[in-house]
Design a protein around this ligand. Sequence first.
Ligand SMILES: [Fe+2]
Length: 208
Amino acid sequence: MKKNFTIFKLKKKIARATLKKFNTLKNDKFLKSKWIFRKRSYAKAKILKSKIIWLKGTSFFQSKKNNKYVGGLSRKFYPMNIQIKKCVEDIIFDIFENNLISSKKIFLGAHAIRIICNNENLGYPVPEGFHHDGFDYVSIISVNKLGINGGKSYLKNAKSKKIVFQKAMQKNEVLFFNDKRLMHYASPIKLIKGKIGFRDVIVLTFHE
Ligand SMILES: [Fe+2]
């Protein structure tokens, strides 16, 4: 990809059955606050000539440099459900069809994440602030949201520090960007309707 980022709509909307699976995500054990605002699951894979081979294991590591909040810690996440993995496969298919990745062999990290908020508490999609994930490319897919405002996604040029993208992404939109050149962030979510609000995303990381 020549550009630093792109945004597009999925060819096929994410299925209702996949949306429902986000209700089964488990609490993130690695949050430091009393209020557990994040639920998640994780899977890793190898992509060979655009074919996905899912790998065993769910341990995940980010350096302290990339993640000031929980970096330097090996985190073992709850494994991703098969239905969400199938959805990831469809998303990867669209990414390849748009020629965003050229390498024949690539490692994939796939996260399903729900951020929640209630009357008393905001939800924080990115407690660590603007950051790099530490890969070549990252993709953020807006899956679902309910009863919230906020949760706006931002991209910032790492050198010039200029904000180059900001948007509260719509369902089925895919943001794909160069993780080396850009930093990313999303603003907190606030409840506007109901008892619990949420923002569901899939985050994909790619490295050669
Ligand atoms: Fe990130």
